[in-house]
Design a binder for this molecule. Structure first.
Ligand code: SF4
Ligand code: SF4
Length: 240
């Protein structure tokens, strides 16, 4: 991953962490009912996970986890595809998924890639403790803010892989910098995963309601004005 993209991604994670810290969430360490195989990521996020694994010399561990993946969510539309369709007035039906299997990166209810967990995991939370069969309880504007940040991260990784986290990690496993997976995964493993992923798209616009703007604007402002070297994130994302 080019260092610039990684710096921007880490900056977004940091800004979102600061913005969301005051929410009264019921989430606690080792509470992991929300940790399923339904997580989607961009290639930028996947590459960060691969780097964490490589730094810890845990390639065998990751290969075993990828080989044991179960029923996974494989959306056909990216977040920005969905936003674009909504902005054009299309009436979309939500995609249906079966009951998701637990995330293979859980060990004794703890995330084994916690430092590099993707944004979808960072934003998942609930104001009341989840129990089997229940849904997370979140303010609507928090969900809208999370969608907006996902859209920015997708824009950052546009034209690169976008899809289920386990498929994207598998698809990235045959890149030259990930050659240490040779012999750990079957030769066609990355190709098979690529058949299930799509390409990230540029940001078509946000899906924010007028009444939410006061609360979400400070988050977006903090992301876009964050300095990476001499430039702001906004100017880098706009290729200026
Ligand atoms: S979202 Fe629900 S299951 Fe996940 S950590 Fe929070 S309370 Fe626990
Ligand atoms: S990557 Fe970590 S935080 Fe995300 S679903 Fe898996 S175990 Fe949970």
């Amino acid at each position: 991953m080019p260092p610039l993209k990684e710096d921007i991604l880490q900056g977004i994670y940091e800004v979102f962490g600061e913005w969301s810290a005051p929410f009264p969430f019921a989430c606690e360490k080792q509470c992991s009912a929300c940790c399923t195989q339904n997580v989607t990521v961009t290639a930028v996020e996947g590459e960060l996970i691969h780097r964490l694994i490589h730094d810890g010399r845990r390639e065998s561990w990751l290969a075993e986890r990828l080989l044991e993946k179960g029923e996974t969510r494989r959306p056909l539309m990216t977040t920005n595809d969905f936003a674009e369709a909504c902005l054009q007035g299309e009436d979309l039906q939500p995609e249906q998924y079966g009951s998701p299997a637990p995330c293979p990166f859980l060990n004794k209810n703890c995330c084994m890639i916690y430092e590099a967990r993707p944004f979808a995991c960072r934003c998942f939370a609930s104001e009341q403790r989840c129990f089997p069969g229940s849904s997370a309880l979140l303010p609507e504007y928090y969900l809208s803010a999370c969608t907006a940040v996902m859209q920015i991260i997708e824009h950052l990784g546009q034209r690169e892989y976008w899809g289920n986290m386990l498929d994207v990690l598998a698809a990235l496993s045959d890149l030259p910098e990930n050659s240490h997976y040779a012999g750990l995964l079957p030769p066609s493993f990355a190709d098979q995963a690529r058949a299930h992923i799509v390409k990230a798209k540029p940001l078509p616009g946000f899906l924010l309601l007028e009444g939410e703007m006061d609360r979400i604007a400070p988050l977006l402002e903090a992301i876009f004005t964050r300095k990476i070297g001499e430039k702001t994130v906004e100017s880098i994302l706009n290729n200026r």
